[in-house]
Design a protein around this ligand. Structure first.
Ligand SMILES: [Fe+2]
Ligand SMILES: [Fe+2]
Length: 179
């Protein structure tokens, strides 16, 4: 059984993960319209991944005798200046999510809910990977510059990364991988 405080905080994280999914969906749609099919694909897969992060927490909370609340959400930003702008925002958002998970972990420890803290280890590890991936992408975009030829090649790179990411997501078993 989770305490009311842990239940409330996990519900906040459910909201944040779902919001992440929608932020990336808006970015994917933007990239699709702007002629970056590879980056768009990558962001669409990222959207699915965040939805799975949300679903895992829904299952976890319900399994532990809490009640998962399905939240209403604000509309995400829909306009971006460039691909670099998009991924700078992705990194900023992922850093914010990492911080929120660390705070949630601290609440679980304070509440002596070591089961939830243990469960959250998966998210802590996931955030290391998320931040590293986005930093690598940003490095590549910066190297590419703003020339069309470079961006075209970068988008090809994105297309390959999206295929690998989708395969890894399918292999992980989706929302049922960690319950
Ligand atoms: Fe996430
Ligand atoms: Fe994420």
């Amino acid at each position: 059984m989770v305490t009311k405080i842990v239940e409330k905080e996990i519900n906040e994280q459910i909201k944040r993960e779902e919001h992440s999914s929608r932020i990336y969906l808006a970015m994917a749609s933007w990239a699709e319209r702007e002629g970056f099919p590879g980056a768009s694909n990558w962001l669409y897969v990222q959207t699915e991944e965040e939805r799975i992060h949300m679903l895992k927490l829904v299952h976890y909370l319900n399994d532990r005798g809490g009640t998962a609340v399905i939240p209403s959400l604000d509309a995400p930003a829909a306009k971006f200046k460039s691909l670099l702008d998009v991924f700078l925002q992705v990194l900023k958002h992922e850093e914010y999510i990492s911080e929120s998970i660390n705070n949630l972990y601290a609440v679980c420890i304070k509440e002596k809910d070591f089961t939830s803290a243990n469960y959250l280890q998966w998210y802590i590890t996931e955030q290391i990977e998320e931040e590293r991936t986005v930093r690598n992408i940003l490095d590549q975009i910066k190297l590419t510059g703003t020339e069309k030829g470079g961006l075209f090649l970068m988008d090809k790179e994105f297309a390959a990364m999206a295929v690998a990411k989708r395969a890894a997501l399918a292999q992980s078993g989706g929302a049922n991988a960690v319950t």
